[in-house]
Design a protein around this ligand. Structure first.
Ligand code: ADP
Length: 518
């Protein structure tokens, strides 16, 4: 019965510890900068922290208890044996030293191997994940990619396993050799005790007592070694966790008493801003300077890779510039409280999120802090032209989306998801609305409708669009043309058309295509 209770306590405490540590890891991950998510090293640290971090602490704890009880038992049996021989316990202990060393050395080697091979483990997870990933399921089927991914998985696994097998074999070899050695030593001591009994120096009963004690000491010593090695191994894995917990957040206010931004209209100024992504050498934003006044509608224009999204990431302080400053209402954005600064922005990125939650929640994610305010949800849906399709859903705003968890989950079309994402950007009480390629999956009619809604509703807000369709730029109060990270032209549609430069070429090419297609 005691055993059953013990098992139950162990299982429950294990669950609690695992949950506690997972929560700690995820809470830490929450505070990390976006730049971490660009670094393979970050994923390795995260994986290493997650891997086994859950059960290691409890293992180490129970090993510690077991170590103490083993010490007590070893000492008491040594006292018994010491009565007939002072060297026998000493021999057992000395003979166990190499075994202890091997145990520790291989625990370290195993932990290093696991740490070094985090990339391979992540690759294996990635390849198997691709085969069952909903996001790429269509391509995987049509292009017949599954076998390719499975073979990739097998190749990486074979390499991973090759190194692991080597370690296991080498460790086993040493264990067998050292166990043989200690068996020989035990035999010698047994023979010695037998010899003493034979000569009449020990009683027959003593023979049983001493050989039993000897057995207990040698098995006690071996338990002691494995438990201390387990504790040591646990500490090596916990080191991973600690290393992850020490990852630094750099997007923090630059002054001790961060400023809370004023709400309302804002002046945004980029002053000689240059930027290269952390860990890379190429400037993707080069000496960019411009000013946006409150209530302006700005369109960022440029070919793919020109640096439009990067500019948005800098403005929203997802990354800090490598050189130069970004000012909000005349103050470096690094001086503001980060959470309050983020609150100013309502944003959708090109790769916006699709969440397996209800329609309502998908919109409210735009500012969860204000809760689910029905009127605001309706207004946001209206602004993004989403009301028509939402009203046609079986549960309207309460319809669960995606069929990941719910049988009655609804799959939306690309354009419908995009409208929801735009609604999300409109839901918060943001002062600056940023839409990065917001209409890529929408037809031109829907796009126009959304632009009209924005024009009508966001008069006092600064609105920044990144758009491939230059028709949206014609009414903007400022167009910024980016090329290779540089701001090459700036002005209104009419000014830039009159200039006859890059914008003129881009616009004319697109207009020509539209006309040709009509
Ligand atoms: P645009 O939005 O104009 O298409 P981006 O701002 O997304 O362009 O990208 C500009 C350049 O920055 C591209 O050359 C791209 O490869 C590079 N880039 C974008 N994101 C990252 C990143 N996380 N790490 C390194 N380089 C990046």
């Amino acid at each position: 019965m005691v055993k059953n209770v013990n098992t139950a306590i162990n299982r429950v405490s294990n669950e609690l510890v695992v949950m506690h540590i997972r929560t700690k890891i995820i809470n830490k991950a929450k505070t990390l900068d976006l730049k971490n998510f660009d670094m393979p090293e970050f994923y390795s640290n995260l994986e290493n922290a997650n891997k086994e971090a859950g059960h290691r602490p409890l293992n180490s704890l129970s090993a510690t208890f077991s170590m103490f009880s083993t010490i007590i038992s070893i000492v008491s049996f040594i006292v018994i044996i010491a009565a007939i021989s002072s060297w026998a316990p000493l021999v057992i202990i000395i003979i166990s030293l190499p075994s202890a060393a091997i145990n520790f050395v291989y625990k370290k080697k195993n932990a290093n191997y696991a740490r070094r091979n985090s990339k391979r483990r992540r690759q294996m997870d990635y390849y198997t994940g691709l085969v069952v990933s909903k996001d790429v399921a269509k391509e995987v089927k049509i292009f017949g990619l599954a076998d390719f991914f499975i073979n990739k998985f097998k190749t990486v696994h074979a390499n991973y396993f090759k190194g692991l097998k080597k370690l296991i074999f080498a460790e086993t070899f040493w264990h067998i050799a050292l166990t043989a050695l200690s068996s020989v030593a035990n035999c010698v001591i047994f023979l010695y005790i037998a010899h003493m009994t034979f000569r009449g120096e020990l009683q027959m009963g003593d023979y049983t007592l001493y050989t039993g004690a000897l057995n207990s000491v040698s098995s006690g010593v071996s338990t002691f070694i494995t438990t201390t090695a387990t504790i040591y191994e646990g500490s090596l894995f916990i080191e991973n966790l600690i290393a992850f917990m020490h990852e630094k957040t750099t997007v923090v206010p630059s002054i001790p008493e961060p400023v809370i931004p004023q709400r309302g209209g804002h002046t945004i100024e980029f002053r000689n801003v240059s930027f290269k992504y952390p860990g890379t050498e190429r400037y993707v934003t080069k000496n960019v300077s411009f000013t946006l006044h409150p209530g302006e509608t700005c369109v960022l224009v440029g070919l793919n890779g020109a640096g439009k999204t990067t500019l948005i990431k800098l403005l929203t302080r997802l990354y800090d510039p490598t050189e130069g400053v970004i000012l909000l209402d005349g103050r470096d954005i690094r001086e503001y409280s980060v959470a309050e600064l983020y609150d100013l922005y309502g944003i959708i990125f090109q790769d916006f999120g699709k969440y397996a939650f209800t329609v309502k929640e998908n919109i409210a994610f735009g500012q969860l802090s204000k809760g689910i305010v029905e009127d605001d949800i309706l207004a946001a849906a209206k602004q993004s032209d989403a009301t028509a399709f939402i009203d046609n859903l079986p549960g309207k705003y309460d319809t669960p989306l995606m069929r990941l968890f719910e049988d009655d989950g609804i799959e939306l079309s690309g354009g419908q998801w995009q409208k929801l994402a735009i609604a999300r950007a409109c839901y918060g009480d943001s002062d600056i609305v940023i839409l990065d390629e917001p209409t890529a999956a929408l037809d031109p009619m829907a796009e126009q409708e959304i632009f009209n809604q924005f024009d009508a509703l966001s008069r006092d807000k600064t609105t920044i669009f990144v758009s491939h369709r230059l028709s949206s730029a014609t009414t903007a109060s400022k167009i910024l043309v980016l090329e290779g990270g540089e701001l090459v032209e700036e002005g209104t549609h009419n000014e830039l058309m009159a200039l006859g430069g890059k914008y003129h070429t881009l616009f004319s090419t697109q207009a020509k295509r539209y006309i040709e297609h009509q």
